[in-house]
Each structure stands twice: as structure tokens, then as C-alpha cells.
Design a protein around this ligand. Structure first.
Ligand code: NAD
Ligand code: DAU
Length: 350
């Protein structure tokens, strides 16, 4: 039985990847390693936690000795690495945490894999899940390709860029079978409400202000999270060693247009007067170093592996709103506790 270590599997994207692999590959043993930070939540995996091919281990990728032992005890065959500190605003308040988890944690995993696999990579793969933010910011035209030079601006994207370089260096230096993908903004179920879409859904539901940074003119390229998980599945199984793939939705929205669409959907779902939710839109102080535009050229992934996004954004956004409105308990559980103090720190001063 092939043993695959998925890191960060209790987070937003990781939980979709774990679910997909557990359900689609009964001949794989899936080990989910997660520290369960504020962003990690085992409720995200309730439906598969009893599956015979699934095991959860709580642990920190920054702890090198623990990671080494885990690889040898569990005889890990391959890694899909998603564990990270993932929120740009938190990286502005606490960069070092991002260096520890995203850079040191990734190097610890690479080292443990190297020791365990003894430089024999034919049946072993290290898949590093990364972001389009490593490429920096686009002007009004153009797309990020796999050849775009790295130009990160936030401590988050700088830490992800650094981890990408380390992964590539282990391929080039030690011959490790490593692959990387760089994806645009994801949305969908289990998205933690510190990020734009789930935070806005939660605030609209509770009649609270929707904080839009600056003038709301920044552009993001949104992708349904399950389409990302499907791309990860294809790349894990089919990408040649040492390759990089960009993944994106071909779906650019300014933040303000996205929020207006979300308000329209929420008005319908909550039985409010048309325009009622949009009155909550509040322009607040901009994010420091705020990248203007991200947009991905995913033609390599489409041509090589036949992937393309499955959902139109309007449909995906409506499904997402339905999920949040139908999963009140989940939303309650993640917005209780420390969430309120995070929110006050982050938005009280804007
Ligand atoms: P998330 O913040 O929702 O989840 C991160 C998970 O990692 C959590 O479960 C957390 O507990 C775990 N974790 C954090 N520090 C850890 C540590 N030291 N040891 C072990 N586990 C730890 O993140 P996400 O949005 O699901 O993103 C997952 C990955 O995908 C990240 O690497 C991120 O950079 C990348 N990515 C995210 C997006 C996006 O739109 N969210 C887009 C492209 C790429
Ligand atoms: O592009 C991929 C990246 O997308 C991932 O690597 C990151 O992990 C993920 O968090 C996401 O980063 P962004 O910074 O683009 O996502 P966020 O949801 O934080 O913000 C989306 C846009 O909305 C961005 O332009 C900032 C703006 N924004 C965000 C929040 C939280 C607001 O206007 N108001 C807000 O309250």
C-alpha cells in the first residue's frame, strides 16, 4: 500500500485534497499531518475520518526530529505538502512565523524525505503546493506563466517563494523527484473566514460592515477549490519530475465587483430587499504592499494534462454561499474563541 503524507490536510485546500485522495484511492494509505493551528480544523474531515485508508497525526513541521521520526516510523512513500501559514495580513503582523513554517518547515520535510528515500527517487515524489503570489503583481495586461520571474512583495509570498526555491534546489542538487504547482485564489467550502469571500459572507449574514481594502480595484483570479484538488491529483500522478505547473481559474474579478455579486446572491438567499447587503460595503485602509493584479496562464496544465476549471464563477459562488448558510455550526465554531480578537486587531485600526 502506497503511503502518502499530506501536510496541512486539516486546512481549507488540504481537507479537499485529503478527501479526494481518501475517496478515490482506496489502495493508498493517506496520512494527514497537521499542527491544528487556528486554520486547521478536524471538523473539515468529519465525513472521511473513519475511512480505513486514513490516519490523522497532530504535529509541527518545524520540529525536525519529529518529522524525521515520522518518515521512518510510517515509511512515507510520497509527500503532498500544503501545510503553511497562508494569510497575507497575518504575515504583515508576524513575518517570522511564516519563515518558520513555510521555509524551515518545508526544508525539514525535504531533509526527512531525502534521508528516508536514501537518494532513490523512482517510487517517491515530493509535491510542493504553492501560490501565484510568488510572481508578484501584474499591471493591467499579461498573465503569469511558469517562466515569469519571481518577485514576491509580502512576507507571505516571500516565504512561499523561498520554499519553492528550496524544493527546486533539492531536485537540481540531490535528484529528488519534486514537482511544484502555483495556484491562484481558491474559494469554496471550509474556507476560513479571515479571507475575503468567507469573511464577507459571514459579515453580510450578521449585518456587519464588509471591509473592502483601498478602492476595491485589486484583481484576483478565483478558482473553485475542488478544481484545484483535481489539478493536484493530476500533477501528483502525471507530471514529469522537476516540473512546475500554474493553476488558475481564467476568472478575474476586481474585489468590489466580486463583493457586489456576493451581495446580490446573499440578498436573494436571505430574502432581503435587492441592494440591502451592498449597503454594508465599507472602504477601509488598504493592505500594505497590496499586489494590484494576479492572473494565471494555465495553458501548460491544460495542454499536458487535460485539466480545465469545471465551474463558472457565478455558479461556484452561489454553491459556496449555500454551503456557508447550511453549515452554521461550522461557521460558529471557527468564529468563536480567538477569531474575535484577531478581527478586532486587524480591522479595529483600519
Ligand atoms: P490554510 O491556512 O487554510 O491551512 C493551512 C493548514 O496548515 C492548517 O490546517 C494548519 O493547521 C496547517 N499548519 C500550519 N502550520 C503548520 C505547521 N507548522 N505544521 C503542521 N501544520 C501546519 O491554508 P490553505 O488556504 O488551505 O492553503 C494550503 C496551501 O495552499 C498553502 O501552502 C498555501 O500557500 C497554498 N495556496 C493557497 C491558496 C488559497 O487561495 N488559499 C492558493 C494557492 C496556494
Ligand atoms: O493568490 C493566491 C493566494 O490567495 C494564496 O496564496 C493565499 O494563501 C490566499 O490567502 C490568497 O491571498 P489574497 O491576499 O489574494 O487573499 P485574501 O482573501 O486575503 O484577499 C483577496 C483580496 O481581497 C485582496 O486583494 C485583499 C482584499 N481584501 C481581503 C480581506 C481579507 C479586502 O478587500 N478586505 C478584506 O477584509
Amino acid at each position: 500500500m502506497k503511503k502518502i503524507l499530506i501536510t496541512g490536510g486539516a486546512g481549507f485546500i488540504g481537507s479537499h485534497v485529503v478527501r479526494r485522495f481518501v475517496n478515490n484511492y482506496p489502495n493508498y494509505q493517506i496520512i494527514n499531518l497537521d499542527k491544528l493551528t487556528y486554520a486547521g480544523n478536524l471538523l473539515n474531515l468529519k465525513d472521511i475520518e473513519q475511512s480505513p485508508n486514513y490516519k490523522f497525526i497532530k504535529g509541527d513541521i518545524v520540529d525536525a526530529a519529529f518529522i524525521d521520526q515520522l518518515f521512518s516510523k510510517e515509511q512515507i512513500d510520497s509527500v503532498i505538502h500544503l501545510a503553511a501559514e497562508s494569510h497575507v495580513d497575518r504575515s504583515i503582523s508576524n513575518p517570522l512565523e511564516f519563515v518558520m513554517t513555510n521555509v524551515v518547515g518545508t526544508v525539514n520535510l525535504l531533509n526527512a524525505a531525502r534521508h528516508q528515500w536514501k537518494s532513490e527517487y523512482s517510487n517517491h515524489r515530493f509535491y510542493h503546493v504553492s501560490t501565484d503570489e510568488v510572481y508578484g503583481s501584474l499591471g493591467e495586461t499579461g498573465l503569469f506563466t511558469e517562466q515569469t520571474a519571481y518577485d514576491p512583495h509580502s512576507p507571505y509570498s516571500a516565504s512561499k517563494a523561498s520554499s519553492d526555491h528550496f524544493v527546486r534546489s533539492y531536485h537540481d542538487t540531490y535528484g529528488m523527484d519534486a514537482v511544484i504547482s502555483n495556484c491562484s485564489n481558491n474559494y469554496g467550502s471550509f474556507h476560513f473566514p479571515e479571507k475575503l469571500i468567507p469573511l464577507s459572507i459571514n459579515n453580510i449574514k450578521n449585518n456587519l460592515p464588509i471591509p473592502v481594502y483601498g478602492k476595491g480595484e485589486n484583481i484576483r483570479d478565483w478558482l473553485w477549490v475542488e478544481d484545484h484538488a483535481r489539478a493536484i491529483d493530476l500533477i501528483f500522478h502525471q507530471a514529469p519530475a522537476g516540473t512546475t505547473y500554474n493553476i488558475g481559474g481564467h476568472n478575474e474579478w476586481t474585489n468590489i465587483d466580486l463583493i457586489r455579486l456576493l451581495c446580490k446572491i446573499m440578498d436573494q438567499k436571505l430574502g432581503r430587499e435587492p441592494g440591502a447587503s451592498a449597503k454594508l460595503i465599507t472602504f477601509v485602509t488598504d493592505r500594505a504592499g497590496h499586489d494590484l493584479r494576479y492572473a494565471i496562464d494555465s495553458s501548460k496544465l491544460q495542454a499536458d494534462l487535460g485539466w480545465k476549471p469545471s465551474l463558472q464563477f457565478e455558479e461556484g459562488l452561489e454553491k459556496t454561499v449555500d454551503w456557508f448558510l447550511n453549515n452554521e455550526d461550522w461557521l460558529q465554531s471557527v468564529t468563536s474563541g480567538n477569531y474575535q480578537s484577531y478581527y478586532n486587531d486587524q480591522y479595529g485600526k483600519r
